[in-house]
Design a protein around this ligand. Structure first.
Ligand code: NAD
Length: 477
């Protein structure tokens, strides 16, 4: 029998109770696990460590490559960054997998609809890279970074996940209709990669429609892959469909490390009361057992939960109010039911998931820079700004192509002036459109702007293999 190694982090608030419950049940299945018990979270922050994660914890996860963790909180006044986000980034756990499955006798407006879906959320890129700037004292900007490699990893993992759980359909939910290059890359890579998985029904859906359909017909979804922020929002929405946070498990999967944790936080006001629902963490432990290849033990715990809720009608207070039993009594009920099955909710046939390898990134054969977007702080009206910039352009290599404000073109005028702010994006295209802008030419041009204008930000307008590598402004031809 293989002895598995795993790092165990109790975490903060209700963490101690829910992790203790999951550990007890896992141990009762007989799967041998050598737990390395480690610290992270509030107490660590309070000791003065700005990351909230001691080196011993990091070293333990590097060794075991598997962690089961309770929720971590960041106490007010200690550190700026969440220890959870730091862990995800440190170990590049690029996929966040959140199953949403209906539980017997757990009241929700969707009872009996047979919800059984999984959201596979990209976990490290997108707006959550947290790259933000004040461009002017009145305009803030956050960079939405999406890489081809990041898309390929999460999409391939989602297809492999569908295979491992013997599922049938994978939706890619994106906002590619508006953000054509970032969200569009996710959609385009999804459609390309889908060709390698012909047995899976691969469909694209726009994220807002996906949210709408999830509320109306959640039972129609099987698996959904999506970018970080979309995934954050729809996975919380989806956990609300099946009885709340007490029932929403999760896994953060990377190439080398997997960290299993419930979706919920430390719920401090319930800490130590022995009343909260440990199901989400127990099911995170079930996902961990499958990751270890311990399918029988995992299935046995899953079925014992169904029997406890569906036949014994034993549940915690979040489900049955004052009739609810304590966390420890619920845990013991599950332990007694190990080995029993709940026929109405059979367990799926699981296979080990194959972690994808991403092929080498393609190299473009031709590229040039045909112009620049310069973000300028100005309180001039668009016509006066354009007149001043056109004058500067006469002594330069550039023509002023357009000016826009918050994405809408204000020069040349479309006839209606939107309510403009003090940050303008001014697009300058080389007079010789086929030539390739050199950095020294660009710097010389900035020198011409500088006496009159405060520029904040610069973007090169690239052309890769004769395709424009930027989007047009709203209204630009
Ligand atoms: P929370 O998830 O801790 O609690 C919100 C509410 O949900 C609770 O008041 C409770 O009514 C209910 N709830 C949550 N878990 C439950 C359970 N197992 N059983 C029954 N009811 C449950 O969210 P919050 O109050 O916004 O956050 C508290 C702290 O947790 C914050 O410091 C936050 O940063 C942290 N947090 C950590 C994680 C994580 O570690 N992954 C995730 C979310 C929040």
């Amino acid at each position: 029998m293989t002895v598995h190694n795993a790092t165990l982090i109790y975490g903060d608030g209700i963490g101690a109770e829910v992790i203790a419950s999951a550990k007890k049940i896992i141990e009762e299945t007989g799967v041998p696990i050598n737990w390395e018990i480690c610290e992270a979270g509030a107490e660590v922050f309070k000791k003065g460590l700005a990351t909230g994660i001691p080196n011993e914890t990091i070293e333990s996860i590097k060794r075991t490559r598997i962690a089961l963790k309770g929720p971590l909180s960041t106490p007010v006044g200690y550190g700026e960054k969440s220890a959870n986000v730091t862990l995800r980034k440190l170990f590049e756990t690029y996929a966040n997998i959140r199953p949403i499955k209906e539980f017997p006798k757990v009241p929700s407006p969707y009872n009996g609809r047979g919800i059984d879906l999984v959201i596979v959320r990209e976990n490290v890129e997108d707006l959550y890279a947290g790259i933000e700037y004040m461009q002017t004292p009145n305009a803030a900007q956050c960079l939405k970074l999406i890489s081809r490699k990041g898309c390929d990893k999460i999409i391939k993992l989602a297809f492999e996940f569908v295979r491992s759980e013997n599922r049938k359909t994978l939706h890619c939910a994106s906002k590619a209709n508006i953000m054509k290059l970032t969200e569009g890359m996710m959609k385009q890579r999804f459609e390309e990669i889908a060709k390698d998985y012909p047995e899976i029904d691969a469909q694209h859906i726009i994220i807002d429609n996906c949210a709408h359909q999830l509320v109306r017909f959640p039972e129609k979804f099987d698996t959904i892959v999506t970018t970080n922020m979309n995934g954050d929002i729809i996975s919380d929405l989806a956990s609300g469909l099946i009885g709340g946070l007490g029932f929403a498990p999760g896994a953060n999967i990377g190439q080398d490390v997997a960290i299993f944790e419930a979706v919920h936080g430390s719920a401090p006001k319930y800490a130590g009361l022995n009343t909260i629902n440990p199901t989400a963490v127990i099911l995170s432990g079930v996902m961990m057992l499958r990751h270890m290849g311990e399918f029988e033990a995992a299935n046995s715990i899953e079925q014992a939960i169904y029997v406890t809720l569906g036949i014994d009608k034993v549940s915690t207070r979040d489900v049955s109010g004052s009739q609810g039993v304590s966390t420890t009594a619920y845990t013991e009920a599950i332990m007694r039911n190990l080995g029993k099955t709940y026929v109405r909710t059979p367990t799926r046939q699981y296979k080990p998931i194959v972690l994808p390898r991403v092929a080498k990134l393609p190299v473009v054969k031709t590229r040039r820079v045909m112009g620049i977007d310069v973000f300028i702080e100005s309180n001039l009206n668009p016509a006066d700004l354009a007149a001043a910039l056109n004058k500067i352009c006469t002594q330069s290599l550039f023509n002023l192509k357009m000016i826009c404000n918050r994405g809408t073109m204000v020069y040349p005028s479309l006839g209606i002036l939107p309510d403009v702010g003090d940050l303008y994006r001014c697009r300058f295209i080389l007079k010789d459109e086929e030539s390739n802008l050199k950095d020294n030419q660009l710097i010389a041009f900035l020198g011409l702007l500088q006496p009159d204008f405060q520029w904040m930000h610069l973007e090169k307008l690239n052309v890769f293999e004769e395709k424009l590598a930027y989007t047009r402004a709203q209204g630009e031809d």
